[in-house]
Design a binder for this molecule. Structure first.
Ligand SMILES: Cc1cc2nc3c(=O)[nH]c(=O)nc-3n(C[C@H](O)[C@H](O)[C@H](O)COP(=O)(O)OP(=O)(O)OC[C@H]3O[C@@H](n4cnc5c(N)ncnc54)[C@H](O)[C@@H]3O)c2cc1C
Length: 503
């Protein structure tokens, strides 16, 4: 099957893109992926699992309540309830596709515990191999699905709009720099997160928010861009990106210790299983005082229960069964994104967003562990239903694609700046300096990295409070009223750097 204008185009080959393409079947879909399907997607690296209230003592309401508590006033209650209720069905769907989740001796799904979850509800596969197994299962199903046409090794470089600003297609750039345009009945962004904008990250290095740049330049509204989650326990072993020591290790008893031998989380409510932002700041504070922090994961059966973490440690010269793991916080997940409604529609007709690139209202100011694979799976179904139910738009005259932008020449500088000035702990003077520098880079280079970094930094400067993953030393407490931030490029030309608040 080849592409036809009646196809929907889905951009991205992680859980969000693959699940959306599969859910759209038998509607024809062209799936565009920058790297070969199954590689360079954060999905494949997920270690913890997928949250679903499946235990006898658990209920979707409890799951939603935990999600809202983590979200620190910015999660939408109706969305949290709807996604928590959809979780058991999403797991059934994956099981029906052949996903070999781990099972307890009685044959039921084995359920793990993670930080800030009140119940055991993390469904996992091959211990900490969940993401890899889910990605393999979805990729195999997509390749076998006759309605999905896969184009690999090309990047979406611009959304094509008609005279009314509706998205009607996408421009693609191949490795040789050739650009082709695809018209489509619908375009779904599923391009993942932006952790790769930071020098310290657990994300694939290509996760630099390219979908956010595509949407912003087409004129879409972005929401809560300042909210980046820093994972507290990335392994400080000199690798880029940093391997992750999953939270599930702390769920099973691993302890955080400083180089004085102190268990510094002992007095903090929740101890090592406090919300991620609390643990990340506690570790950051230790490091700022010149201390080193290790995760003591010398647990019973660690090799059997966490084979992925053990392999990552060994690849970096560490034996976690006998040695503690050096850790520090790293950019891990972007709660903000392209604003979507309950059907996954963005503010632009013809454009939907799914997965980490989207802001659905689930995560608020801080994502609850193992809720993101779930969110992508739930929205994939709702987006497919919305696109499938819609009429095919009439053919339209499209604006010509803009000249190609070069890859960012200042990548290393931007990553270091984001780490130092827009990281775990933020304040006005350094954020302001970062906004000015990123503004200069936007004007000089007109590239996606400086644009997305600038949007995050500007929003962080404007949010004069601390909430969830966003902590300001100059505004250390939450504002009385919680509000979302929304931004849209004032001038959505490719090189525009100015942003304006729309609410
Ligand atoms: C180390 C790690 C552990 C995690 N553990 C968990 C966990 O246990 N549970 C959980 O729920 N979440 C976890 N997360 C978060 C979760 O993995 C991600 O949020 C989720 O996988 C995102 O899925 P996605 O499909 O949106 O993006 P991705 O899986 O990152 O896929 C993005 C895809 O888009 C493609 N792409 C990007 N830009 C373009 C472009 N311009 N043109 C074409 N293709 C493009 C990429 O090549 C890739 O195929 C973890 C994340 C990391 C990094």
């Amino acid at each position: 099957m080849s592409h036809s204008p009646e196809n929907a185009v889905v951009i991205g080959g992680g859980v969000a893109g693959l699940a959306t393409a599969l859910r759209l079947a038998p509607l024809p879909v062209t799936l565009v992926v920058a790297a070969p399907v199954g590689t360079e997607a954060a999905t494949g690296w997920a270690q913890g699992g997928i949250a679903a209230a499946l235990g006898d003592d658990d209920r979707p309401d409890f799951h939603a309540a935990d999600t809202l508590a983590a979200g620190a006033g910015l999660s939408e209650p109706a969305i949290a309830r709807r996604i928590a209720a959809a979780a058991p069905g999403a797991i059934d769907w994956l099981v029906a596709l052949g996903t070999p989740f781990d099972r307890a001796p009685d044959g039921n799904l084995a359920l793990g515990l993670e930080a800030a979850h009140s119940h055991r509800r993390i469904v996992h596969a091959e211990g900490d191999g969940t993401g890899r197994i889910v990605l393999e299962t979805l990729a195999k199903a997509a390749r076998a699905c006759p309605s999905i046409h896969v184009i690999e090794g090309v990047r979406a470089c611009e959304l094509l709009t008609d005279g009314d600003g509706a998205v009607r297609g996408v421009a693609l750039r191949d490795r040789e720099g050739r650009v082709t345009a695809l018209t489509a009945r619908a375009v779904v962004l599923a391009t993942g997160g932006l952790g790769g904008l930071y020098a310290s990250t657990t994300n694939p290095l290509g996760a630099t928010g390219s979908g956010l740049a595509l949407a912003a330049r087409a004129g879409a509204v972005l929401r809560d861009m300042e909210f980046v989650q820093f994972h507290p326990t990335a392994m400080a072993v000199g690798a880029d990106p940093m391997p992750l020591a999953t939270e599930a290790l702390r769920g099973e008893g691993a302890k955080l210790i400083n180089d004085r031998g102190e268990r510094f989380m002992i007095e903090v409510p929740g101890k090592e299983l406090a919300p991620r932002d609390v643990v990340a700041r506690a570790i950051f504070a230790q490091i700022a005082q010149g201390r080193q922090v290790v995760l003591d994961a010398r647990l019973r059966d660690v090799e059997r229960r966490f084979p992925g973490v053990v392999a990552l440690c060994r690849a970096n010269g560490l034996d976690p069964a006998h040695q503690p793991i050096p850790v520090r916080p790293a950019a891990h997940y972007h709660m903000g994104g392209v604003e979507v409604d309950a059907a996954g529609r963005t503010s632009l007709a013809g454009l939907w967003a799914c997965g980490e690139v989207a802001s659905t209202g689930l995560h608020g100011a801080n994502r609850l562990a193992s809720n993101s694979l779930l969110e992508a799976l739930a929205y994939a179904e709702w987006i497919a239903a919305d696109i499938g139910g819609g009429a095919m738009p009439a053919a339209a005259a499209l604006r010509a694609p803009s000249p190609l932008r070069a890859p960012s020449p200042a990548r290393a500088e931007i990553r270091m700046l984001m780490d130092r000035q827009v990281g775990v702990v933020r304040e006005a003077a350094t954020l302001g300096a970062a906004v000015r520098r990123l503004g200069e880079l936007c004007e000089r280079d007109g590239d996606d990295l400086s644009l997305v970094a600038r949007l995050v930094t500007q929003a962080a400067l404007e949010r004069e409070e601390s909430r969830g993953g966003h902590f300001r030393t100059d505004f250390p407490v939450p504002a009385v009223e919680s509000r979302h931030s929304q931004t849209r490029l004032a001038d959505p030309r490719p090189d525009a750097a100015e942003v304006r608040r729309v609410a």
